[in-house]
Design a binder for this molecule. Structure first.
Ligand code: ATP
Length: 326
């Protein structure tokens, strides 16, 4: 079972009048993976909590599967939420923690445990049913929390920074796991993250938020290729935002080269070795800063040192025009 999620002019004003979410409209297709991303305080968590029903909506409507759920309590929305802190019960085993998801729904104990066993298998923790949370690693605790959310058969799973407490290696592993589960189960995932990489890797639709509004909502490749504003280009990274003759442009750093006759002359201010690529930062003579991400072989064929006079260049077709404001 899956459902689409629709936000129509959704606004959140907290006590004191602070506007956290400002008339946001968004359509998340059924069975898709949607990431909400943006800097701290941009309104991601408030938006997620309004979809879940954990936060009252000041104005506007939330529809799930075409049904207006704006005034409904969380359990009647067909959603489940997985939190940043896994909030497992320390005195219950992994199996009992997962089964707890069904206890609130009045399912008999034997049936709860039987289903919990199946969901522990689904998150690849079959052998750890009798362990307490303190006997599990952070990544394993998180899988238990995921199974506990999924056991209620939600149509929409809401995830609030589920990977932020993990180390980089586990994060990548768990990211793959989330994507696999979402594909297998076919339900709609809405996932809040600070991480551009995470959103790129996971989303069918990525929603970049800024100051309580949506700056851009699109498949990640479209956002990377055609950032709607300078804010989006800077936030997702990998772009130079430059004032050039003809206006403001975003130019991907991996499309920039050090050329004999490029567009932006200046001095190399920093060089950073990144393994497969080398990042060369140029302080342009006109006061702007820009960088080129050069494949390591390209850099090492003609290496430069900090302080060297260079010219940064790119194909005209790689300069993506941006609106002047924002
Ligand atoms: N309970 C609250 N009362 C008052 N203001 C709040 C409350 N919760 C959030 N805010 C404010 O609303 C704005 C949006 O907060 P929100 O938590 O939705 O942002 P966020 O993008 O999820 O941030 P973060 O990434 O730091 O979690 C912020 O300015 C925040 O200070």
């Amino acid at each position: 079972m899956q459902a689409n999620v629709e936000l129509i002019n959704v606004t959140k004003r907290y006590g004191g009048g602070a506007l956290a979410v400002d008339s946001v409209s968004l359509a998340i297709p059924s069975g898709s993976y949607c990431c909400l991303l943006g800097p701290s305080g941009c309104g991601k968590t408030s938006t997620l909590r309004m979809i879940a029903g954990h936060e009252e909506i000041s104005e506007g409507d939330v529809l799930i599967g075409g049904r207006n759920v704006t005034g409904l309590p969380p359990v009647q929305r067909g959603t489940a939420m997985m939190f940043q802190s896994y909030a497992l019960f320390p005195h219950l085993t992994a199996l009992e923690n997962v089964a707890f998801g069904l206890r609130m729904r009045g399912v008999a104990k034997a049936e709860r445990l039987r289903q919990a066993d199946r969901f522990l298998d689904l998150v690849q923790l079959g052998g750890m049913a009798s362990r307490l949370p303190s006997q599990l690693s952070g990544g394993q605790q998180q899988r238990v929390a995921l199974a506990r959310a999924l056991i209620t058969h939600p149509k929409v799973l809401l995830l609030d920074e589920p990977l932020s407490a993990l180390d980089p290696f586990l994060r990548t592993q768990m990211r793959e796991e989330l994507k696999r589960l979402q594909r297998e189960l076919g339900i709609t995932f809405v996932h809040v993250t600070h991480g551009q990489d995470e959103a790129m890797a996971l989303s069918d639709i990525a929603v970049v938020m800024q100051g309580g509004r949506i700056a851009q909502a699109a498949p990640p490749r479209e956002i990377f290729e055609k950032p709607a504003t300078a804010f989006v280009a800077r936030f997702i990274g990998g772009h130079n935002v430059l004032a050039l003759p003809g206006g403001r442009f975003a130019v991907r750093t991996d499309r920039c080269r050090l050329l004999p006759a490029g567009q932006l002359p200046g001095l190399v201010s920093a060089i950073e070795y990144q393994g497969a690529a080398v990042r060369v930062v140029v302080a342009a003579n006109d006061g702007q800063t820009a960088e080129a991400l050069l494949p390591d072989a390209v850099f090492h064929a003609a290496p430069v040192e900090p302080g060297a006079a260079v010219t940064l260049g790119w194909d005209a077709a790689d300069a993506h025009p941006l609106p002047d404001a924002a």
